[in-house]
Design a protein around this ligand. Structure first.
Ligand code: NAD
Length: 332
């Protein structure tokens, strides 16, 4: 058996954000037409370390993508100088069941999560969008930024974080990293209001439990990506947006309605029903639901993530790596 091992740099060398956006579009299309299998993740508690080990299996036959992402949540790792959420993707050969690749799952999560916002932005944001507001400058922020820069000609990026220092550091690093590749200039917003006034695209990727901006200040025609809220108690996007956006899209209805407080809280308070969702992004790609109809409409996309994004993106990375002879091969 031969197993290809791909670390973050190997992936960066062979796989672009544009590739990742296409992989996510394909993954969500396959999901929305019922072509994937993504069983509920299993969760094993490891009490002695207050840890949890999660296994997220997935299969998308149309993409020849079979595998499992192993993600652990070990809060005490920080004291050991290790990441608290280590992740590894194990990819299998669908014809034999053998493991054929192991990928850095932390980077895979970052790239596929940025790319899903990139896919939504590409399909829903106004073509002439110029100002991008990014809330949250943590581990997921860079790929969120790169994805939006990849699909629209952004001229100004406004970043906002509760930690001004982290926001400044992020803005400086991104200005250096993307200098020459994208034309945007980077500004640290003084307040949440300052960040969104006139913004054409807004992405929020924070760990907040309460809304990060005032939805009433969002301008007509804006597109919003909500990425952070993944538990019923996390309410990241002002419910004004959910209730007043012209169109509301999700990565998966099942995931968002069961996991995200952005939807669960307003629905449980009787302010709206599940029917507030216009459609899944995959349904939009399949032409089963309507997209943006004018430059005046506000569109909102919410993602909580899905195993189908991991397995399809991992398979595409594997295919590119084989073609370009990247990574290390282990034989046993
Ligand atoms: N949708 C998905 O598929 C997906 C995938 C991965 C991670 N996530 C979620 O995305 C979120 C961010 O992940 P991360 O790894 O970047 O986290 P992180 O902890 O590295 O960074 C979070 C950042 O958000 C900032 N923040 C918190 N509250 C804020 C507020 N009110 N306004 C502005 N900034 C605020 C923090 O200061 C911090 O800099 C997490 O909730 C994570 O679970 C979602």
């Amino acid at each position: 058996m031969r197993i290809l091992v791909l670390n973050e740099q190997d992936i960066i060398n062979v796989f672009t954000m544009q590739d990742a956006i296409q992989a996510d579009k394909d993954a969500l299309e396959i999901y929305s037409k019922g072509g994937s299998v993504t069983p509920l993740r299993t969760n094993i508690a490891v009490p002695k370390e207050e840890g949890q080990s999660l296994a997220m299996p997935g299969y998308a036959a149309e993409a020849n993508a079979l595998g499992v992402k192993i993600v652990s949540v070990y809060p005490n790792n920080i004291k050991k100088g290790l990441t608290s959420v280590p992740a590894t993707m194990v990819l299998q050969n669908e014809d034999t069941g053998e493991v054929n690749a192991i990928l850095d799952g932390t980077f895979l999560t970052r790239i596929r999560t940025g790319a899903v916002s990139g896919a939504a932005t590409d399909l829903l944001a106004k073509k002439d969008s110029k100002i991008f507001a990014l809330f949250g400058t943590g581990g997921q922020a860079e790929t969120q930024l790169e994805a939006v820069l990849t699909v629209r000609g952004i001229e100004e990026v406004r970043v906002f974080d509760l930690s001004k220092e982290r926001a400044q550091d992020f803005a400086d690093k991104m200005a250096e990293k993307f200098n020459g590749k994208f034309k945007a200039k980077y500004v640290v917003a003084k307040s949440s209001d300052d960040a969104i006034v006139d913004a054409d695209i807004i992405t929020s990727v924070t760990t907040t439990k309460t809304p990060v901006f005032n939805g009433k200040l969002v301008k007509k025609g804006a597109h919003i990506n909500g990425v952070g809220s993944f538990t019923p108690f996390m309410h990241e996007i002002d419910e004004y947006i959910l209730l007043n956006a012209d169109k509301v899209y999700v990565d998966t209805r099942n995931g968002v309605l069961n996991e995200s407080g952005d939807f669960i809280i307003p629905i449980s308070e009787g302010k709206c029903t599940e029917d507030i969702i216009t459609g899944e992004l995959g349904e939009l790609i399949l032409g089963k639901t309507i997209g943006r109809e004018s430059d005046e409409e506000i569109t909102f996309f919410k993602t909580v993530g899905s195993g189908v994004l991991d397995v399809v993106t991992a398979r595409r990375i594997y295919e590119k790596a084989v073609e370009k002879k990247a990574g290390q091969i282990i034989e046993f």
